[in-house]
Ligand binder design. Structure first.
Ligand SMILES: *Cc1c(COP(=O)(O)O)cnc(C)c1O
Length: 734
């Protein structure tokens, strides 16, 4: 589908030098590569861009379009000759063409019914690469991984999201260790996006009526391998000034901003599909943010086919899949009736339903006029396939929403689960990928969602695996030193402090990483519950330990910011100097460095609040071992010999008691299992038991918690039945 977009660029350029590639042809091929995000999960292409100018590459947030923008075709050609890049560019370009033209994909044999009727996948954020600031955290990275795997498997899928010109904030810590937020405007011309055009070739604008006037949104197109991702953007002429900023920030503003963004994503998204001439066979609502979308689809069905509201609703719900992502109550959007009427009123008129009827679609108790309108309830009522994102989260979600089905036992509540996974090629370090290439069967990459290929890890020489891991760990420590010294320089700290930052940490020490949102339930400070005890663990002279932290707190989350401050300021403690680091501005790039280089990835949320978690899955791929509360994905992954468990999968009603017990268990696991296993070396200096755990972790978890497995599950369990109209009707009370 998208190969033409790539091909046209270079076809228009005649090569002046027949034997070698001409300067313009070289430049255009590089640009063509840069305009399909396929490059971002192919290290040989990423490294190619980097090698053009390694320093600028880093300074420009790894954005190849910005980088190429600093070169003329002639200068690039000179640089390419110096670096012998021509054949690498040609090879990468050919591989992209082959990828785009491949027809014998997994989906070709397993998802035929979707041909011509693609899945429309709605998400408020997409985390694809650090150079595209349209994500904030886990949900976005999951969506990005989902569409990358859909591309890899050949599942016909189209992404719908919002274009945030300022994205999420950049994080800096001030001299007090307090989080400061900075919003930067991204230059559209430096992003791999172009205006989406309709059937007649002109750019598309969608228009959404509210009681308070009309909202307009233009539509951008971005290519992610074989997948097209459309992003709606309210910064258009014709919108009021405040509306032009509506989509500038992710999760910014108040309730009204939020409902308006969600209106644009859901209703605007479905309108955009129609304008593009796309007729989706499935609507997948990734989280409740887009749950208004099916209502617009109902309107279209009523208009096109003359259906009644009830029939059209049944029809649309049959092909709608809804995924809920959090057991945290505040994570479910709730709006008051006034806001709903202001924004859905005109659509409601066209649907021919009363205000009470509309509100009842977002209420658990349809008769409770005081109950606000909940987007998760709407998503559940407008879909016939609903799922949570891990087995445990499935149980919690069925309990959480059981009052919607008062006649059913809790286990009969129609919310299933498909556990989250990660896109292996995006998170696997290049060196580790090389090792797998040497030992796994040829052509293993498309099969990463199946267990068989991963069993070959047990044939790898332990010394080779250990050496590869240590090379990656050294890269991580170099990254930590570079970033921390830069942070100190920015704060204007003394030369002595900056010099110390350049020598932080030791590659021979057991290294623990903790990177995630600083939501308080994730308990970033749990390790410091008993200060003396943790000091004795970190400072054990034979078996020292060091810890790297990273993470942002939501701008309105004061307690989360205080956690950051507490952790960041530990560096001033004489007992902890050099043993602890906080990397500012956690993003995909920081996460990639951390999960590729740590020995242990620590996750200690208050159970059962972590719906799945995915960062630990990324660590697995690179030989990192998980040490985690038995929550989310780890509750189903841990088998006693593939990592470490904190606690026994229980929680007390009193949070303080839970926290105390979990901290105690964390110390025990560190003292009795992790530290001894890591430092238990044979005559060759190899920690044999530890390496065995790394192999077990890879062979049991890598395939199962890959987004390839996840997308295969969505396809066979949800998309195919939904598109074929085979999903069972659930009994809802409309
Ligand atoms: C993977 C990832 C996450 C999600 O990690 P959790 O384990 O769910 O906390 C968040 N942010 C970034 C930048 C990521 O890459």
């Amino acid at each position: 589908m998208s190969q033409t977009d790539v091909a046209t660029l270079s076809d228009t350029v005649a090569s002046p030098v027949p034997s070698e590639m001409g300067a313009n042809a070289l430049y255009d091929k590089c640009m063509a590569l840069a305009h399909n995000l396929w490059w971002s999960w192919h290290p040989e292409v990423t490294n190619l861009f980097r090698d053009i100018d390694p320093i600028r590459w880093r300074q420009l947030d790894h954005n190849p379009i910005s980088l190429l923008g600093e070169f003329t075709p002639e200068r690039l050609a000179i640089r390419a000759s110096e670096m012998v890049l021509h054949s690498r560019v040609n090879y990468a370009y050919r591989r992209l063409q082959e990828y785009l033209n491949k027809t014998n994909t997994w989906a070709a044999t397993n998802a035929g019914v979707l041909g011509g009727k693609p899945v429309a996948y709605f998400s408020a954020e997409f985390g694809i690469h650090e150079s595209l600031p349209i994500y904030s955290g886990g949900l976005g990275v999951l969506s990005g991984d989902h569409i990358k795997s859909a591309s890899g498997l050949g599942v016909p899928l189209i992404g719908i999201g919002l274009y945030y010109s300022q994205g999420y904030f950049k994080q800096h810590l001030d001299a007090d260790g307090y989080q400061r937020e900075e919003y930067l405007e991204t230059k559209v011309e430096n992003l791999p996006i172009e205006p989406a055009v309709g059937k007649d070739g002109s750019p598309i604008t969608v228009s959404i009526e509210t009681r308070d006037g009309r909202l307009l949104a233009k539509v951008w197109l971005m290519l992610v391998g074989r997948v097209k991702l459309y992003l709606l953007d309210c910064n258009v002429e014709g919108n009021r000034p405040e509306d032009r900023e509506l989509t500038s920030r992710l999760y910014g503003g108040d309730e009204r901003t939020r409902i308006r963004q969600e209106l644009v994503l859901g209703v605007g998204g479905v309108k955009a599909l129609r304008a593009l001439g796309v007729h989706p066979g499935v609507l997948h609502l990734n989280e409740g943010h887009s749950a208004f979308g099916p209502l617009e689809a109902v309107r279209q069905a009523m208009k096109d086919d003359g259906m009644t509201f009830d029939n059209a609703l049944r029809e649309i719900a049959r092909k709608t899949v809804f995924t809920t992502h959090t057991p945290v109550p505040a994570g479910h959007d709730r709006f008051d009736g006034r806001l709903v009427e202001e924004h859905l009123g005109p659509l409601r008129d066209q649907l021919g339903i009363s205000y009470e009827h509309l509100m009842s679609l977002g209420r658990v108790n349809v008769h409770d006029a005081a109950e606000p309108f909940c987007m998760t309830v709407l998503g559940l009522k407008l879909s016939r396939k609903a799922n949570a994102v891990s087995s445990l989260h499935g149980h919690i979600s069925r309990r959480m929403w059981s009052t919607m089905w008062p006649d059913r036992a809790e286990e009969e509540v129609p919310i299933g689960h498909i556990t989250n996974g990660v896109h292996v090629p995006s998170w696997l370090a290049w060196q580790m990928g090389q090792l797998y290439d040497r030992h796994f069967p040829a052509g293993w990459v498309p099969k990463i969602g199946e267990p068989d290929v991963w069993q070959y890890i047990h044939n790898v020489d332990p010394g080779e695996l250990w050496e590869t891991h240590n090379a990656l760990k050294n890269e991580l420590l170099a990254f930590v030193r570079r970033r921390v010294s830069r942070q100190c320089r920015r704060r204007g700290e003394s030369d002595e402090i900056i010099e110390a930052a350049r020598n932080l940490m030791d590659p021979n020490f057991l290294t623990i990483g903790f990177g995630r949102r600083f939501a308080t339930y994730k308990r970033a400070n749990l390790l410091f519950t008993d200060f003396d005890r943790i000091i004795s663990i970190l400072h054990n002279s034979d078996r020292p330990v060091q810890v790297i932290y990273a993470g942002k707190a939501h701008p309105k989350d004061e307690p989360g910011k205080r956690f950051i401050q507490q952790i960041a300021n530990l560096r001033h403690d004489p007992m902890l100097r050099g043993r602890i680091a906080f990397i500012e501005d956690y993003d995909i790039n920081v996460c990639r460095h951390l999960i590729q280089g740590v020995d242990v990835w620590l996750n200690n949320p208050r159970r059962p609040l972590e719906a799945s978690g995915t960062s630990g899955q990324k660590a697995v791929l690179n030989g990192g071992l998980n040490c985690s509360i038995l929550d989310g994905w780890w509750a189903e992954a841990y088998n006693g010999s593939n990592g470490f468990a904190i606690g026994h999968g229980t929680s007390h009603v009193d949070d303080r008691i839970t926290d105390q017990r979990d901290a105690e268990s964390l110390y025990e696991v560190l003292e009795e299992q992790i530290v001894p296993a890591y430092y238990d070396r044979d005559r060759d200096g190899l920690p044999r038991k530890w390496i065995k755990l790394m192999m077990n972790s890879i062979s049991t978890c890598a395939w199962r918690f890959s987004s390839h497995r996840m997308v295969m599950d969505y396809t066979t369990e949800a998309y195919v039945p939904a598109a074929g109209g085979l999903s069972k009707d659930m009994n809802f009370r409309y």
